[in-house]
Write a protein that binds this ligand. Sequence first.
Ligand code: ADP
Ligand code: MG
Length: 284
Amino acid sequence: RLMLGTIVEITCQDRAAIRSAFEEIKKIEAIANNFNPDSEISRLNAAGRIQASPDLFNMVRESLKYYRLSEGAFDITVGPLAGIWKEKIREAQNKSRGLTLPTESQIRKALSLVGSDKISLDESTFSIVFTQSGMSIDLGGYAKGYAVDKAILRLKESGVRSALVNAGGNVYCLGKKGSRKWRIGVRHPRKPAEIVFYLDLENQGAATSGDYEQFFILDKKRYSHIINPKTGYPVDNNISSVTIIAPDAATSDGLSTTVFVLGKEKGLELAGKMDGVEVKIIEN
Ligand code: ADP
Ligand code: MG
């Protein structure tokens, strides 16, 4: 199915369980889709505050954990910047000439709205409040992994013991595929037809963040959809893809974006402190 702005694929032998797992993913999409003005996240972004659903609250709370762990490299308040750069990527897909970068003042203005320390959470009421007006959040670096875990939970509740859920490269492998582990191929960031390595997974999540699906090139320079919240510009650190294996899909999603922004040295240092986490980085 087309969901969460990508292709979501569920492999398992129980059709009814698959249908119910897709329902779960649809629920997360209805919460986290920035392009739907009626989604919960859009309502939060418009009003600057909300009495959140448990799932939105969880996603924001977990994202703040990565914000702190990464000293600000992972920051869902990149919303205004992500908006500017995603618009440019769309523009680049529609025209081959005359493309310009966002102006410095545009970037500066958006940057002044960034900083997850300006999100205030109340655990007792599930309220989320932005302490500066004009801020907006973007859960694009976390929601797909979170949705995969919710789908897996639903599959387990239906008695399923072997399944693969894949939301645009954010996967979880439940149990084994027959007598072997699930085998996941990761694409070469510069040669789309080539697999660079395989992951053999069992009860593990994995995700890849890359600069090769959403990007544009201007004056021989590549601009991707992963933003450095300190500069306001797409990350530019010689990395073309980061793959994370983790105990769950949400962790692998959040961490893949985080390590991509942090860069090799700091990224490996952070991931090395986390249990059950493996990192594979491909440099340019
Ligand atoms: P994909 O969206 O291709 O799965 P990622 O998981 O790496 O890739 O997430 C990238 C998305 O995360 C961007 O499209 C944007 O919505 C959001 N994002 C961009 N930069 C950051 C950042 N520094 N911190 C948190 N989220 C980010
Ligand atoms: Mg991610």
